[in-house]
Design a protein around this ligand. Structure first.
Ligand code: FES
Length: 155
């Protein structure tokens, strides 16, 4: 590639990147852009009390890990192979549920997450649904394991 062709190619890449950035800024709130760029609480928790995993219809997967103390969520982490909106959802949701009791966490709904994200475009609404479904799956699994432990203790 000669110098002029290389320059044209670099310029084309720069313009494309700017176009993508402009499009994302037009679509997503500042909260979503911030959280997807630097998601909090990302990673597996090997000694978690509860784990939930949901495969979304879009083909992406989310996992949520919870640690409880006296019925209250002390720590929450997530992993996902999903889109940027899903990263923002996982980040904000794991922050939201820390300090909540099981009963309160079960009432966290997609609209609460979307509100905390300052909105999501229509095409990303299912990402919030995936995050909430994963949370509810982890909470359900925790309830089941608590019941099993109580039954074992009673035997
Ligand atoms: Fe699959 Fe966002 S597109 S979770």
């Amino acid at each position: 590639m000669d110098r002029e062709a290389a320059f044209d190619f670099d310029q084309m890449v720069d313009e494309l990147q700017q176009e993508i950035l402009d499009r994302e800024q037009a679509l997503y709130s500042d909260v979503v852009l911030r959280e997807s760029g630097a998601p909090k609480n990302m990673g597996r928790m090997p000694d978690a009390d509860a784990h939930g995993v949901v495969h979304g219809w879009c083909g992406d997967t989310m996992e949520i890990y919870l640690r409880f103390d006296s019925g209250t969520i002390q720590e929450a982490t997530f992993v996902t192979d999903g889109c940027g909106a899903t990263l923002a959802c996982g980040s904000v949701l794991t922050e939201m549920v820390q300090g909540l009791t099981l009963a309160k966490a079960e009432w966290v709904l997609p609209k609460d997450l979307v509100h905390a994200l300052d909105g999501l475009p229509e095409e990303s609404m299912h990402c919030a649904g995936l995050a909430i479904s994963t949370l509810h799956n982890a909470l359900f699994n925790w309830r089941v394991s608590e019941m099993e432990q109580q039954e074992e203790a009673a035997d």
